[in-house]
Write a protein that binds this ligand. Structure first.
Ligand code: TAP
Length: 495
């Protein structure tokens, strides 16, 4: 049955209309070209809505609106900027069910997670930076007598932000909250396949009293709207989350006006389990590390590294847990794992199963779409566990970005460290051990922006998030994010 948008909204329990136009200068508008692109429900690949698709002219309009809004926004008292973000956080919480359903519909996140993770974390991020707005202050430098030297932290101007499809709602807050708290104006391009929750946030921003033009949302193709935003001479900084390949393109595109660039790219997280670990905690934590959000996370623990003494027992328990995960329609509150976010991406993940076999890998579990007839039209993949032949195999080096974990074994700490640090990436790593000295020793030696000890994938708005090497540069969250979105001005006074 083909439903119109209003029927679909009612069917999935939405109380307010789905927004599907661009958001420019405080108004929802069509693209100048009139072009749209359907966004699909990954559960069954039906069309949710035709979303306006921004072209260069629309990006120009969005940047111009942000430029016009910037002088007043940067001069507004920091506490007043903060108050708007705090109000937005409250509105996000008040609209939890609405946002959670929309996110689950558009991305495939289980509603169970959208309700208790994605939406609360989004609110928490806006609240943290709302509170930060009037607490991020300058400094006075002790210079020679007769002079006062003070440092102002100023916003950079109009910021372009490009976010991916794996956590669209949360990443909208990670990108926008610090930028706005610091006094910047924003033009944000969501991924073309998951624009809906970001557009809903724009609606809530209006309700929170955000002045027109301070935030502009331009859904569209990465190769068109995203690329042009990265090139745009009116944009002072570009912040990007996504693949390393696209990150390189962003750097090249930004060179024209020497933009400030911040990149949060891919990862190949090493999740190391030593033989002295609490195995129950490690099995549960390792499943969370890879299977949460169907493994579509840059910080996923996608290399499961097991000490050879406990590998068999660990795998037996881990495989039993993986088999027990309930796959299903993300809008069913019982569902534990939903579909991947697009058919194209599902095919890419499944192609890695062939790659694994070609290179001598052993598929221990999953490796195919589920047989359940209710799920055949969707983008589902079973939780997949593959033992690699070598740490140099492609499945041990490349980001699969799905519910696909590569198992490797090691004989001692030195070998574990060598394997863990043996990729070009360096985003998140974790280790499970009862040995305190070892834990801290490895935390220092692991090449990563984040290390989790006896846990995995923890994030908090106060804790810096980002990577080293091919995982990018710059940090989201915490005071570091405020530094990323400001520049220092040194003022000398002859006293
Ligand atoms: P990307 O191409 O990196 O897409 C991420 C964002 O960049 C999207 O908004 C995309 O727009 C945009 N984009 C694409 N080309 C661009 C360009 N030339 N200039 C500016 N923006 C551009 O990711 P993908 O192709 O969807 O996924 C491929 C792989 O990337 C995944 O399998 C995974 O390995 C990795 N990935 C990593 C992350 C994280 S969190 N690190 C997130 C997503 C994907 P459109 O989508 O609208 O084209």
């Amino acid at each position: 049955m083909i439903m119109n948008l209003a029927e679909l909204e009612a069917a999935v329990g939405l109380r307010t209309p789905i927004r599907h136009q661009l958001f420019i200068d405080g108004r929802f508008v069509d693209a100048a070209s009139g072009e749209t692109l359907p966004t699909l429900n990954p559960h069954d690949n039906t069309v949710i809505a035709d979303v306006a698709m921004a072209g260069r002219e629309d990006v120009d309009r969005a940047v111009a609106a942000a430029q016009r809004a910037f002088p007043a926004w940067r001069r507004m008292a920091a506490a007043d900027r903060g108050r708007i973000l705090l109000k937005l956080a409250d509105l996000i919480e008040a609209n939890t069910e609405e946002l959670a359903r929309l996110e689950s519909l558009d991305t495939g996140h289980p509603l169970k997670d959208s309700r208790v993770l994605d939406v609360p974390r989004t609110a928490a991020c806006f609240r943290y930076f709302g509170g930060m707005a009037d607490k991020f202050q300058g400094e006075v430098v002790p210079v020679e007598a007769g002079f006062l030297n003070y440092l102002l932290r100023e916003p950079v101007g109009v910021v372009g932000q490009v976010v991916p499809w794996n956590f669209p709602l949360m990443f909208t807050s990670w990108k926008m909250a610090p930028a706005l708290a610091a006094g910047n104006c924003v033009v944000l391009k969501p991924a073309e396949i998951t624009p809906l929750s970001t557009l809903k946030i724009a609606e809530l921003m209006q309700q929170a009293g955000l002045p027109d033009g301070v935030v502009n949302i331009v859904p569209g193709l990465g190769s068109v709207a995203g690329q042009y935003l990265a090139e745009h001479p009116g944009v002072a900084k570009i912040a990007f989350t996504g693949s390393t390949a696209t990150g390189r393109r962003i750097v090249q595109a930004s060179a024209g006006n020497l933009k400030k660039v911040q990149l949060e790219l891919g990862g190949k997280g090493a999740n190391i389990v030593f033989d002295d670990a609490n195995l129950t905690a490690a099995v549960n934590g390792s499943a969370w590390a890879i299977f949460h959000n169907q493994g579509q996370a840059c910080i996923a623990g996608s290399r499961l590294m097991l000490h050879e003494r406990i590998a068999d027992e660990f795998l037996e328990r881990f495989l039993a847990l993986a088999r027990s995960i309930r796959l299903g329609n993300p809008l069913d509150p019982q569902t534990e794992m939903g579909p991947l976010t697009s058919a194209q991406h599902r095919d890419r993940v499944l192609a890695y199963v062939d790659v694994a076999r070609e290179q001598g890998g052993e598929v221990l579990g999953g490796g195919k779409p589920p047989a359940n007839p209710d799920l055949v039209r969707g983008c589902y993949v079973e939780p997949t566990v593959v033992r690699a032949r070598s740490e140099r195999d492609r499945i041990a080096q490349e980001e699969v970005f799905g519910p696909f974990v590569t198992v490797l074994t090691f004989k001692d700490e030195a070998e574990a460290l060598r394997i863990a640090n043996g990729t070009d990436y360096g985003l998140g790593s974790g280790l499970w051990t009862g040995n305190l000295q070892r834990a801290h020793r490895l935390a220092q030696e692991l090449q990563a922006g984040m290390v989790w000890i006896n846990s995995y994938k923890r994030v908090n708005p106060g804790s810096p998030f980002g990577g080293v090497g091919q995982s990018g540069y710059g940090r989201e969250m915490g005071f570091d994010a405020m530094r990323e979105y400001t520049q220092v001005k040194s003022v000398w006074v002859n006293v």
